[in-house]
Each structure stands twice: as structure tokens, then as C-alpha cells.
Design a binder for this molecule. Structure first.
Ligand SMILES: [Zn+2]
Ligand SMILES: [Zn+2]
Length: 168
């Protein structure tokens, strides 16, 4: 299933905890890929060696503070261009509230500060790669959206939002 995902970091490789449970989402139900950000400056590490620990931190927060079954996102991408498998494909996300029944979610590991190019070219390419993967597997995909299209939030920041909406 991961053939189209370049630079995939498996759950084992990032040290993921096992999910408490798994809710399936059929590929035909997926109408949107939704882009998020973690909104944490500290998630933008200079060295990629530190990225798995940041993803583990998000998973711990989602499981221990929110009580969710797993990290909320289907994938997490970092500014170095790596794609961390979160819940993965065919699994319902917990990231986008009312849209969870018809979307999958990718989260950028970092903030979106005006004029700073947080996501970097490599991070944007990783998001494009996730989009290509979803496009190849979801027969009813309508497009890419931002978290803010479905809920009252600034996520994923103005620049990342414009990028998300530009993806065809
Ligand atoms: Zn979000
Ligand atoms: Zn990284």
C-alpha cells in the first residue's frame, strides 16, 4: 500500500505505541485530503533525527490527554520531507471532527509563521506525495482542503492553507 509514498517512516521506525482500537474507513468514502499543522514551533527541528520523538509526543498527547485511540492523523510530514505513518490508509482519522467520516488527514510537523516558509520545499513535496497516494486509492476524491474548511480553527495556517488549496 505504501508504494507511492516516498520516504515513508513506518510506525515501528518512529516508535509508535499500538492503537487502542481501529475504526475503518472505506476508500470510497474519502472525498477530501485535509491538511493540518501541529502549530508548535518546537516541532521544526534542525535535525531530522529529532523528528520521531516529536511525532511520539503528539501521539502521547492525543492518546493520554484526548483519550483518542491513536495519533489523530493518517500521516504526519516533517520539513525534511519524510512521511510518518500515523493511522495510515483505510483508517478513520480523529483530526477533523465532522469531516472524519469522509476525509483523511495529513499533519505538517510545525508552525506556519508568515514569510518563514516553515513547510519547506521538501515538506510540501511530502504533502504532494500523500495527495498522489490518496488520489490513486480513493475513487471519489474531490480535492484537498484545510482543517479550517470544516471547523473554526486557524489550522493549518495561512501559507500552508493556500498551498493545500492549490493542489490539484
Ligand atoms: Zn488541524
Ligand atoms: Zn524530519
Amino acid at each position: 500500500m505504501s508504494g507511492l509514498l516516498q520516504h515513508l517512516v513506518t510506525r515501528k521506525a518512529w516508535g509508535a505505541r499500538p492503537p487502542r482500537s481501529t475504526s475503518r474507513l472505506a476508500p470510497a468514502a474519502v472525498r477530501y485530503l485535509v491538511v493540518h499543522y501541529s502549530a508548535m514551533d518546537a516541532d521544526e527541528q534542525v535535525s531530522h533525527v529529532n523528528c520521531p520523538g516529536r511525532v511520539r509526543g503528539i501521539q502521547n498527547y492525543h492518546m493520554d490527554s484526548h483519550g483518542w485511540a491513536d495519533v489523530a492523523y493518517n500521516w504526519v510530514v516533517c520539513k525534511h520531507g519524510y512521511i510518518f505513518r500515523g493511522r495510515g490508509w483505510r483508517v478513520r482519522s480523529a483530526a477533523t471532527g465532522p469531516a472524519n467520516g469522509f476525509s483523511v488527514a495529513v499533519c505538517f510537523l510545525g508552525d506556519d509563521t508568515r514569510g518563514r516558509d516553515d513547510a519547506t520545499a521538501a515538506g510540501r513535496e511530502a504533502i504532494r506525495s500523500v495527495h498522489r497516494f490518496v488520489g490513486a486509492h480513493a475513487p471519489n476524491l474531490e480535492g484537498v482542503r484545510g482543517h479550517r474548511d470544516f471547523m473554526a480553527t486557524s489550522c493549518p495556517g495561512d501559507e500552508l492553507y493556500r498551498f493545500a488549496r492549490s493542489l490539484k
